[in-house]
Write a protein that binds this ligand. Structure first.
Ligand code: NAD
Length: 331
């Protein structure tokens, strides 16, 4: 049942992107009035936002326009992508995301916004703790001494501090989540910005539909990660936003899998056997997992959707996209 929030007005930045688009739907369902802001409209279906503004948040005036008359802000806008993108565009990522975040939090505080959610990342965690595939799950306090692998992680870490200082000095209630590999339907699956789960779904879908069982895997496939389904991420974001906890919290799965295992789970969802071909490619840190002790204690939150279930849903959606693409190429 829809709850009436007395039309509290919320802004979702990055509402044209994967998590932002799903978050708009989630908040609409809870009864909020939602403004979405992005430089692009959602790629795979229409937005449900009450108002959708195409604004570049690297511009200060646009950030002020975005935050005008808003009660809450969910700051998700970022110039980002999967490992292929993050490992190639350090200066661009640091420059663009720093501008987006500097302007958005300042505009929120100047516009009388009361609550501010910032989407940080597991990429803030130090390289020196992630060098083995059998990695110890990362606790929030492990962030320091800082040594993120890429500019993407450094920028996220600086913005965590920026948001914290705005909270302390400008009376903004701030909430920070460190997402660990969020995945699901309606996210990029080709083009260079896609992440491992949808990229693997695409490769397996091509293997199935073209009857060529070979699937390329970057590196030896023994690198490990945990993957969290979008529905769990959304409830985590919302529970955190509604809580009184103002320190960064992990939002992720704590089940560690190798990339090779991920390929096998997707192949199972597709109902085929694949042949992995290991090729050179960016792999990021060797291993990464989320320690969920704190988030369970503070919010009582834990992921509900298994990796198999989440990947089945994601695979089905990606296979449909691949089918449509192949059909277009034939005609
Ligand atoms: P996404 O790339 O799908 O969405 C980000 C959106 O921000 C895009 O639609 C993009 O157009 C928009 N954007 C970029 N530059 C902008 C600008 N100058 N002004 C306004 N909008 C702009 O990414 P996502 O997966 O939905 O991630 C959302 C947030 O969560 C990001 O901040 C990301 O860094 C963070 N995060 C995501 C993951 C994940 O696994 N998806 C993991 C860790 C952190």
């Amino acid at each position: 049942m829809k709850k009436n929030k007395n039309k509290t007005k919320v802004l979702v930045t990055g509402a044209g992107g994967f998590i932002g688009h799903h978050l708009v739907k989630f908040l609409k369902d809870k009864g909020y009035w939602v403004r979405g802001v992005d430089i692009v409209k959602p790629e795979f279906e229409s937005t449900q936002a009450d108002e959708f503004l195409l604004l570049d948040l690297q511009e200060k005036a646009n950030a002020l326009q975005a935050c005008q008359n808003m009660d809450h802000v969910y700051a998700l806008a970022a110039d980002m992508g999967g490992m292929g993108f993050i490992s190639k565009h350090h200066s661009r990522i640091l420059h663009n995301n720093a501008l987006i975040n500097l302007h958005t939090v300042d505009a929120a505080s100047k516009s009388g916004v009361s609550r501010y959610f910032y989407a940080s990342s597991a990429c803030i965690y130090p390289n020196y703790l992630q060098q083995k595939a059998t990695v110890t799950p990362l606790k929030e306090k492990d962030a320091y001494p800082a040594d993120p692998q890429d500019a993407y992680g450094w920028e996220k870490l600086v913005t965590e501090k920026l948001v914290e200082y705005y909270g302390q000095e400008h009376g903004l209630e701030t909430r920070v989540a460190r997402f660990h590999n969020i995945f699901g339907p309606l996210s990029k699956w080709e083009g260079g910005r896609e992440k491992a789960p949808t990229a693997i779904c695409r490769k397996v879908a091509y293997a199935k539909l073209t009857k060529n069982p070979e699937v390329e895997v970057w590196g030896d496939g023994q690198q490990t990660r945990s993957f969290c389904y979008i529905d769990d991420c959304l409830t985590g974001i919302y529970q955190l936003m509604m809580s009184d906890y103002d320190q960064p919290l992990n939002i992720g799965q704590d089940r560690l899998v190798t990339i090779n295992e991920l390929v096998e789970i997707v192949a199972e969802a597709a109902g085929i056997k694949v042949k992995k071909k290991h090729v050179k490619g960016p792999q990021g840190v060797r291993g990464r997992n989320s320690d969920n002790t704190k988030v369970k204690k503070v919010l009582g939150w834990k992921p509900q959707v298994s990796l198999e279930k989440g990947l089945q849903k994601t695979y089905r959606w990606v296979e449909k996209q691949v089918k449509q693409k192949l059909k277009k190429q034939e005609s």
